[in-house]
Design a protein around this ligand. Structure first.
Ligand code: HEM
Length: 450
């Protein structure tokens, strides 16, 4: 966006400019008096979160004003690149559409989890990109059931299943597939409309097209995953199950699409981070240094969770904190080559997930501890608090899921928890990012107390 040097020189100049103001808690004049005039009028609008500058109960109205101000004179603001053109209205409708699409992907992930946990995912034995109608007559149901009877899952796990039971698993899988196609339409139609209206900037257009392509690819990955579960298992004793690699690819890609949509929506509606003083900008920079690596750790923990699910590792070692009678199972490096253990060995996969989850909880705790005395925007502090709470809840859900042999309810809640924790990390990274140079220039050293 703009050079690191420029940002730091503004921060430094602000600091050096007026130490007396710092002591008194009043606004300094690091720049020309005309800049001072402009920031005096604009400062209350340059944050989308509540701080003590905003009177209680006026938060929503304030956010609207903020968005309007930012979009109004955006072209003149140095270093600020808006994602939409067309002013405040465009920003609002595009934002609603993107948050709505992200929520839809969230529900897709939940439905996918339910489909897997109810063992419904292998009920439909063929796939068409455009989708098909469900069976509409008894004959058609019998035909579908006959096709399922040829699958290894029916022969080895569900032999003797009644047609009513088959209908349930079929509907689960059908709903998951059709919900995904409906999302494609609900995404593409408003997208073409907004393009036509000229709201979408080139930057946003490229990003959204990439996400749309990923969404279309997600359907293909889904079928590629299901196909692996329709093949005969390698040994006559093993149960048919989809490839853990393909399941992890499908889940990870869903997470990437969700995170991409959510963070783009945030950039659309909140082009500037909440920043009301240079001191708070400096505080945010310190939080940012920790927030980014922790986000990567959360993402890695989530991917390792996908391997736990893919290997059915939640049904082994249903004890905590020990795994059975030991802390570390003996067979963790049993497979050759060694690397396979991290993706296919039930014991290793579960141990990894436990270690990564513990590391996530500890690092989120460290983030909270090391920033508790830092002078930061109240919104950033709230997001850190929320992240700590969510990480603790997610670990609790994970342990409960394991101890109760992965019931559908807890398994689904644990999956939703992972996405919610990722959402907190996105929000945190967004609120502590660098402000534009023009906002930076307009900021006082410290926020005036009323
Ligand atoms: C920050 C912490 C954690 C995160 C982000 C996380 C994330 C995930 C994710 C994304 C999945 C895949 C969900 C699915 O597809 O169903 C998963 C599965 C699982 N996790 Fe965690 N997890 C965390 C902590 C834990 C802990 C502490 C435990 C228990 C010791 C645990 C046990 C499990 C189990 C048993 C599964 C498999 C559930 C299934 O088969 O559906 N998780 N985790």
């Amino acid at each position: 966006m703009f050079g690191r040097g420029a940002v730091w020189s503004v921060l430094k100049r602000g600091k050096e400019a007026c130490p007396i103001h710092k002591l008194r808690g009043t606004t300094p004049l690091p720049f020309s008096s005309s800049t001072h005039q402009s920031y005096k009028s604009l400062t209350p609008y340059f944050h989308a979160f509540r701080s003590h500058l905003i009177p209680k109960g006026q938060h929503v109205a304030h956010m609207r004003k903020f968005s309007k101000m930012v979009s109004a004179g955006a072209e003149k603001k140095e270093g600020l690149k808006l994602m939409v053109s067309g002013g405040y209205h465009a920003q609002k409708v595009v934002g609603i559409w993107l948050f709505g699409s992200a929520a839809w992907v969230f529900s897709m992930v939940m439905l996918g989890g339910l489909t897997r946990l109810t063992r419904s995912g292998l009920s439909m034995t063929d796939w068409k990109f455009t989708g098909t109608l469900p069976p509409l007559s008894d004959d058609q149901w019998l035909q579908e059931f006959d096709k399922y009877k040829q699958s290894p899952e029916y022969k080895r796990v569900n032999r003797g299943m009644k047609i009513e039971e088959f209908k349930f698993i079929y509907w689960m899988e059908y709903a998951h597939r059709m919900w995904g196609r409906a999302l494609g339409i609900m995404f593409a139609l408003p997208y073409s409309y907004f393009l036509h209206k000229g709201y979408i900037t080139l930057r946003l257009g490229l990003r959204l097209s990439a996400l749309f392509a990923l969404g279309a690819g997600q359907g293909l990955i889904g079928w590629w995953m299901v196909k692996s579960g329709l093949e005969e298992p390698p040994s006559e004793y093993s149960q048919p199950r989809v490839s853990p690699y393909r399941l992890a690819a499908h889940l990870t890609s869903a997470f990437v699409i969700y995170c991409g949509l959510f963070s783009t929506a945030l950039s659309v509606v909140m082009p500037e981070p909440p920043a009301e003083s240079l001191t708070w900008v400096r505080g945010a920079a310190k939080v940012r240094r920790l927030a980014l690596p922790i986000s990567l750790l959360v993402a890695l923990t989530a991917v390792s969770g996908a391997f736990v699910a893919g290997n059915d590792a939640g049904h082994a070692f249903n004890t905590f904190p020990k795994m059975g009678d030991t802390w570390i199972p003996e067979d963790i490096f049993e497979m050759k080559p060694l690397i396979r253990n991290f993706f296919e060995n039930t014991s290793t996969v579960q141990l990894d997930h436990r270690i990564l989850a513990a590391a996530t909880l500890i690092s989120v705790g460290i983030l909270w501890w090391s920033t508790r005395k830092l002078d930061i925007h109240p919104a950033v502090r709230s997001v850190i608090g929320g992240t700590v709470g969510m990480a603790a809840l997610q670990v609790t859900l994970g342990i409960s899921t394991l101890l109760s042999y992965v019931p559908v309810s807890l398994g689904t809640a644990h999956q939703a928890g992972a996405l919610t924790l990722l959402t907190f990390m996105l929000l945190l990274n967004h609120t502590v990012r660098k402000p534009s140079l023009s906002l930076l220039k307009s900021l006082p050293q410290v926020v005036k107390a009323h």
